[in-house]
Design a protein around this ligand. Sequence first.
Ligand code: UFG
Length: 328
Amino acid sequence: MKILVTGGAGYIGSHVVKALGEAGYEVLTYDNLSTGNKWSVLYGELIAADLSDKETLKKTIVRFKPDAIMHFAASIVVPESVRDPLKYYRNNTVNTLNLLDVMLEQGIGKFIFSSTAAVYGNAEKMPVGENAPISPVNPYGSSKMMAEKILRDRHLADNDFNYVSLRYFNVAGADAGCRIGQAYKAATHLITRALKTAKGEFQKLQVFGTDYPTTDGTCIRDYIHVDDIANAHILALKYLLDKGRSEAFNCGYGHGYSVREVIAAAKKVTGIDFEVEETGRREGDASILIADNTKIKRELGWQPKYDDLEYIIKTAWKWENNFHGKYS
Ligand code: UFG
């Protein structure tokens, strides 16, 4: 089986390429290396190109003839999406459309899409299930929601096209063997920022908002280890190749931690009492995002292996301390 992975040099994509390679799939990564790194592609060939370059995309697909495509390439930073929404609609919505155009032309009908919990916005019920209203509160979530709608309509128009949309909650941690991990020059995610602050790369960690309607006033998120996300992709791929039904699945553990709880865990794991500053809200943040993961467990037989915040932070900490600092 041959799988084309867009964004396979990025953080989540590279962990999935690793899982695909270990499971014996033939992999080809298509990545523009804007945030990804060459060294993080542990299996298969890497084509360094952009999804807006339809010519190269088409040539790659014609040559490789994938049985399925996994689409990770995207912009993912919520506050950046508020400042620069067009970048998000271009990279996340329009580029998905480009990929679907080429897939249609080349008769490829299996697609796994990296979606996000951000499509739910401030959902009324938490944990949130897949049938909850889709109501994003930032352009990042909207750009992914639009791509999901396009996938739905494409499937309705043509039953030979099937997709699985995986809605990720907050992905964190790193490969236990420390070969790959999050390696963005400008890290914005909470756990990575906290660990880089512990290392002394930032002077202090800011807490964005302490007046949310939560137990301690800070936002609550469902943090999931990246290798559990990778395994969900392998199961989703088998499901799609076997049953071929188009579905969306939440990927999260079903419980959450506040920003303050994450900071306390990061201080415990690192043994460093780094400086924390409580400041105002960041634009675009939902108060609470926790997955109802009943459906993915039931339909895909997914069983989380690393549902342990300290383990997640430990693997990320090990990665931070071993990372060679080379970006490519
Ligand atoms: N936060 C801080 N200080 C920081 C960084 C983050 O207080 O330095 C807070 C944020 O305000 C938020 C929480 O920590 O309340 C988590 O923020 P992240 O930036 O780590 O992650 P997001 O929840 O904004 O977004 C992430 C992914 C999205 C995904 C979403 C789903 O980037 O792709 O989780 O929950 F959609």
